[in-house]
Ligand binder design. Structure first.
Ligand code: URP
Ligand code: ZN
Ligand code: ZN
Ligand code: ZN
Length: 467
């Protein structure tokens, strides 16, 4: 099957240019000047033509931080790999990297098997895994190597959630030393969980139980402190470091300072920290529970710094941390005790659209949008140039995006398997019109044409950012 995408503006981190994209089977065969003989020949010979006049042609979005079917606090996130990857495709994301979660007392490799059993044969788009290491011991440190061999070379650790995912500084140091030895990378959830747990206990003991106290007991200083500590541990070990879901100005300042010294430190933020705030968590009638995630939503004053960080590359990636729990039957578990509200916000469907508002509003250039949403995550996580670029030889993961279409985000129309939207009613300029995953049409004309099982597991190479 051959396809030609004609008349669009092809966008990359290097710029944007009018070009026709020629697809043969699963791969991009050529990117041709619209007036060229090659483009003319394909215009007549291709099995299928997609008219992209007036539209952007983007490398498919890569969401490097999702949680499908994730066990948490006695329940699990409600998107399956089937529903979550379909929703991702609706929003122009053609690759996800999800987190396999090691339970204490179990091995990394059995964890990986468990996550393959959930995902394999069920995804509409391609997917990879990171490994959450919650039990640092001789055996799991040794197993990191086998994980890398199995295509999983990024290991998330937690400075938060004592008793669950938490690792001590000593454990983190040992894992970083292994990362340094093996050419892999530690991803850090940087919040000081030991101090936070004291603040949480004090709040609950004094009757402060509403959702907003989730944010008030996790102050930005304790994200800044943990981020700085993680950076120092990385420096001592010589390991690279990737800070996940950075939300606070204090944490950004620590990352920027480390990067200014030349340290190999990277960070991502998420759309919820760019658009939502602690004011949402203070909504009455327990509605604030919809916005409970960790790190928590901050005061709006942090948002300008995050946008600036995206421009200066102190923030290099935008991922969603998609972790959907229903308002009615799951967030409800924490009514009367905010610490029991399952942590997470849905968003895998709306990352490209939400970031495009940054382009419309002058916060990000068109090229930078594509860079933080596709090209850099591909490079950061060992998928480039298979993913993250529109070039001959790359997978034909392509989004045709209409920059002038208008849409309104709503739970009534979204495709995520969750009963609310954190962005309910938000007016969006721009919308996906067509999505190809390895040459197959997944979304077109407002319809889903994908199928569960089309998506393949991505065995990832070493990060291109490692020195
Ligand atoms: O609240 C969140 N972010 N839930 C997902 C787990 C994590 O820490 O990323
Ligand atoms: Zn986290
Ligand atoms: Zn997460
Ligand atoms: Zn439900």
């Amino acid at each position: 099957m051959s396809t030609v995408i004609r008349g669009g503006l092809v966008v990359s981190p290097a710029g944007a240019a009018a070009a026709d994209v020629l697809v043969e089977g699963e791969r991009i065969a050529a990117v041709a000047d619209p007036g060229s003989a090659l483009a003319q020949a394909w215009a007549t010979a291709a099995d299928r033509t997609i008219d992209a006049t007036g539209k952007y042609v983007l490398p498919g979005g890569i969401d490097a931080h999702t949680h499908m079917e994730m066990p948490f606090g006695g329940t699990h996130s409600v998107d399956t790999f089937a529903t979550g990857t379909a929703a991702a495709a609706w929003g122009g994301t053609t690759t996800i990297i999800d987190f396999a979660v090691q339970v204490k007392g179990t091995s990394l490799l059995s964890t990986l098997d468990k996550w393959h059993a959930k995902a394999d044969g069920n995804c509409a788009i391609d997917y990879g895994f990171h490994m959450i290491v919650s039990d640092v011991n001789d055996e799991s440190l040794k197993e990191m190597e086998a994980c890398i061999g199995a295509g999983v070379n990024t290991f998330k650790m937690f400075m938060a959630y004592p008793g669950v995912f938490y690792s001590t500084d000593g454990e983190i140091l040992r894992a970083m030393q292994r990362a340094r030895e093996t050419g892999s990378m530690v991803m850090m959830h940087a919040e000081n969980g030991i101090a936070i747990d004291q603040l949480v206990a004090q709040a609950l003991a004094s009757g402060r139980t509403d959702p907003v106290h989730h944010s008030l007991t996790r102050p930005p200083e304790l994200e800044g402190e943990a981020t700085s500590r993680a950076i120092q541990l990385a420096k001592v070990t010589g390991a690279p470091l990737y800070i996940v879901h950075l939300s606070a100005s204090q944490a950004l300042a620590a990352v920027a300072a480390a990067r200014d010294t030349g340290q190999n430190v990277y960070a991502e933020t998420c759309p919820q920290y760019l658009y939502l705030s602690i004011e949402d968590m203070a909504k009455p009638d327990f509605e604030g529970a919809k916005y409970v995630a960790s790190p928590p939503l901050r005061e709006k004053s942090h948002q300008g710094d995050l946008w600036r960080g995206l421009r200066t590359n102190d923030l290099s990636v935008v991922s969603t941390d998609h972790c959907p729990f229903c308002f009615k039957d799951q967030k409800e578990l924490g009514r009367g005790d905010f610490s029991k509200i399952p942590n997470g916000i849905p968003g895998v469907e709306h990352r490209m659209d939400l970031l495009h508002q940054g382009v419309v509003g002058g916060e990000l250039s068109l090229s930078r949008w594509v860079e933080v949403a596709s090209a850099t995550p591909a490079r950061m996580f060992g998928l480039y140039p298979r993913k993250g670029v529109i070039a001959a030889g790359s997978d034909a993961d392509i989004v045709v995006y209409d920059p002038t279409a208008k849409q309104r985000i709503s739970a009534a129309t979204h495709h995520m398997n969750v009963d609310y939207s954190a962005y309910e009613g938000m007016e969006i300029t721009g919308q996906v019109s067509t999505v190809l995953s390895r040459g197959e049409i997944v979304i077109d004309g407002g319809e889903f044409h994908g199928k569960a099982g089309h998506g393949k597991f991505l065995s990832r190479d070493r990060s291109q950012y490692l020195i």
